[in-house]
Design a protein around this ligand. Structure first.
Ligand SMILES: Cc1ncc(COP(=O)(O)O)c(C=O)c1O
Length: 356
């Protein structure tokens, strides 16, 4: 049986959280002399109350997200990017220099970085050659008492594929720690979100972000969906004003009339992805274009370093994944606009003529 109390670090259970001025009085009306703000106003844009601390609980924004995801506000934590939501999980559940975390490379690099920052030993179980979870190699770790967190990224970065649902289910059912499913790219896939499963699995945390399909990477807003008990722990340890007021205001504005705007962008990106994928396959130096459920393509080429350097010289910046496990001579290309993709193709054809 999953026991949240048992896996939460003792210092976090005993923690008396910081109580901010805006925690103690939540009303909007009055003369606010409680938070040592500048009562005379901000340097610029006084109409946005930039001189005042933002809502530490992001109440309105969470209500809107709850409506969109058909979930309750108390199932939502908002972080300064999903990177903050990842880091706080380590701080809440993994004891430095004692506990361990499991993830499956090649995958999103912040799981490893966060583990190292928090002095948590990583257990790496590589994906199989076809980028699936190696469930038989993962299984023996599930009873390891030091293992507190498992990070699964689906669709996975940088491989682009959805992970097999049954394998994830096996992990969820057989592990008594926290299973994190990072769905940063889920909106670009046909797979249903795992958010619906947080009611059924008390050890599940689903991560999403406004940085990809919503097109708001600059605002730094990530979401974690989980049981109210896990969200309570998140709220206990987060910095009081972790989401700035402008982010809250602008994202809320963006979420009004959200469906048409969001889905138009997703459809356009998917259409460009499929067009670009076909064109890339026709290039002689491209060995493989991996199937993608994301807004990027992973491709295997004859010489990734040479291609990367050539494109950099043309001021086209892609991600060289040559040194990443299972990604020898691979590069990752974000899907650009139609014009950007045409420019990319022009230079790739020129590269083909000069080097192959
Ligand atoms: C799988 C995955 N998760 C999370 C993130 C980071 O998201 P955010 O911008 O919300 O911190 C990225 C960014 O590339 C990602 O690829």
């Amino acid at each position: 049986m999953f026991d949240l109390q048992k896996i939460t670090r003792k210092n976090i259970i005993n923690l008396k959280p910081y109580s901010s001025a805006r925690d103690e009085y939540e009303g909007n009306q009055g003369i606010f002399l409680d938070a040592n703000e500048n009562s005379f106003g901000a340097l610029i844009h006084n109409e946005y109350n930039l001189n005042r601390y933002p809502d530490p609980h992001q109440k309105k924004l969470k209500e809107k997200i709850a409506e969109i995801e058909s979930i309750n506000s108390e199932n939502i934590f908002l972080g300064n990017g999903s990177d903050e939501a990842i880091d706080l999980l380590f701080r809440a559940f993994a004891e430095p220099s004692i506990d361990t975390v499991l993830y499956c490379p090649p995958t999103y690099g912040m799981y490893e970085v966060s583990a190292n920052i928090n002095a948590i030993t990583p257990i790496e179980v590589p994906l199989t050659q076809d980028f699936e979870l190696d469930i038989e190699k993962i299984r023996p770790h599930l009873n390891n008492p030091t293992l507190k967190l498992i990070f699964l990224c689906s669709p996975n970065n940088p491989t682009g594929n959805i992970l097999n649902r049954e394998n994830i289910m096996t992990i969820l059912k057989n592990f008594q720690g926290i299973v994190v499913i990072d769905e940063a790219y889920q909106d670009f896939s046909k797979e249903v979100s795992w958010i619906k499963e947080i009611e059924n699995y008390k050890n599940l945390v689903v991560l999403k972000t406004f940085s990809k399909s919503w097109g708001m990477a600059n605002l730094r807003l990530g979401m974690a969906f989980a049981s109210p008990e896990i969200i309570h722990i998140y709220n206990k340890i987060k910095p009081p004003y972790n989401i700035n007021g402008e982010t809250q205001r602008l994202v809320l504005e963006g979420l009004t009339d959200h469906k048409s705007r969001k889905y138009r962008a997703i459809d356009d990106i998917i259409e460009e992805r499929e067009k670009l994928s076909i064109k890339l396959k026709n290039l002689s130096f491209v060995q493989k274009v991996y199937k993608s459920d994301t807004n990027f393509l992973l491709i295997k080429v004859n010489n990734a370093n040479q291609l990367y350097n050539y494109l950099i010289s043309k001021q086209i910046i892609i991600r060289n994944r040559h040194t990443t496990l299972l990604c020898e001579n691979c590069v990752r290309i974000t899907i650009g606009t139609n014009t950007e993709n045409m420019m990319l193709m022009k230079h790739l054809l020129a590269f083909e003529n000069s080097y192959s």
